[in-house]
Design a protein around this ligand. Structure first.
Ligand SMILES: NC(=O)c1ccc[n+]([C@@H]2O[C@H](COP(=O)([O-])OP(=O)(O)OC[C@H]3O[C@@H](n4cnc5c(N)ncnc54)[C@H](OP(=O)(O)O)[C@@H]3O)[C@@H](O)[C@H]2O)c1
Length: 264
């Protein structure tokens, strides 16, 4: 068995059973929900965030770049005002805009985000693009995840469905698709569909997937992944879909000094 695969297996054995819960603990002791609702390119951000939190999501991933902070904030306020959740039950992630990464741009960037969301604070403020990474079955990012796990760094996994779902940039004939026979077999074993198997795979690999959906049935399904776990062998089998191909390749930022899209 190659060394990297062995290392991942060992780390997995140590960690997976401590990550069955809905929350992870960050280095500073704060809790972070282990799945987030993605909001990039949602057709109706306010309605979708309302549906997501009512379905059980507690972590919302937004960004200035998504041009939806105002609508996401409206949903958050409505959820709080109608007693669905309190502010401290929610975990809101925002992002410092691409190309506004200079030190002096950070404070105004955050203040702008808070103003558009109508919030006094957010729970996590990421540097957009250079500090984010795609993780899915086509790009499991094993080396990076192994390092982060070892150093107790949580990784958020965007584009969790890889090429299982249609992509507006390019829809490529890359396996697995939504009707993949192996994922379907696992789905039958656990009483889940293939998208739920993939989300659970990412949670069991200690990442925080960020599924995005405008569809009520999909949103409800995406949060319904906390009553089962995959076996170590099943995780390793899904890793085999790796082809080191990313869903998002941000060519416009390739000269940025922290550009991470060429690394894994
Ligand atoms: N930090 C960064 O730089 C960065 C970069 C990219 C993305 N992100 C974050 O990650 C989030 C997710 O990435 P993403 O938007 O590329 O993609 P994604 O969640 O992998 O895929 C979204 C697509 O999957 C479909 N879908 C969702 N749930 C489904 C289900 N249960 N069954 C079947 N289809 C389903 C959605 O369609 P329906 O609407 O019809 O369900 C949509 O077409 C983004 O929204 C954003 O918040 C962060």
């Amino acid at each position: 068995m190659p060394l990297l695969r062995k290392t991942i297996l060992l780390l997995f054995i140590v960690s997976v059973f401590s990550h069955k819960s809905f929350y992870r603990t960050l280095n500073d002791g704060n809790k972070i929900p282990s799945i987030a609702m993605g909001t990039f390119s949602l057709k109706n951000p306010k309605q979708s965030v309302l549906m997501a939190v009512k379905a059980g999501f507690r972590h919302i991933d937004t960004a200035k770049f998504y041009r939806n902070e105002y609508q996401v904030g409206q949903a958050i306020h409505e959820l709080i005002e109608t007693g669905v959740v309190t502010r401290d039950e929610l975990f809101i992630t925002g992002k410092l805009e691409n190309e506004e990464h200079d030190r002096k741009q950070v404070k105004p960037g955050l203040e702008g985000t808070l103003k558009r969301l109508g919030l006094k604070y957010i729970d996590l403020y990421l540097i957009h693009s250079p500090m984010a990474t795609g993780v899915n079955q086509n790009y499991p990012n094993l080396g990076l995840l192994s390092y982060c796990l070892e150093h107790n760094i949580q990784v958020m996994a965007y584009a969790p469905f890889g090429f299982m779902v249609p992509r507006f940039v390019s829809y490529r004939p890359i396996r697995p698709k939504i009707d993949d026979p192996y994922l379907t077999k696992l789905g039958e074993k656990y009483g889940k569909d293939t998208t739920q198997i993939v989300l659970r795979y990412l949670i069991d690999r200690n990442t925080i997937p960020i599924p995005r959906s405008d569809n009520h049935t999909h949103i409800t399904s995406n949060i319904d992944v906390f009553d089962f776990s995959l076996t170590q062998n099943e995780i390793l089998n899904i890793n085999e879909f790796n082809i080191d191909t990313k869903v998002y390749v941000l060519g416009a930022l390739k000269d940025h000094r922290y550009y991470s899209f060429n690394t894994c």
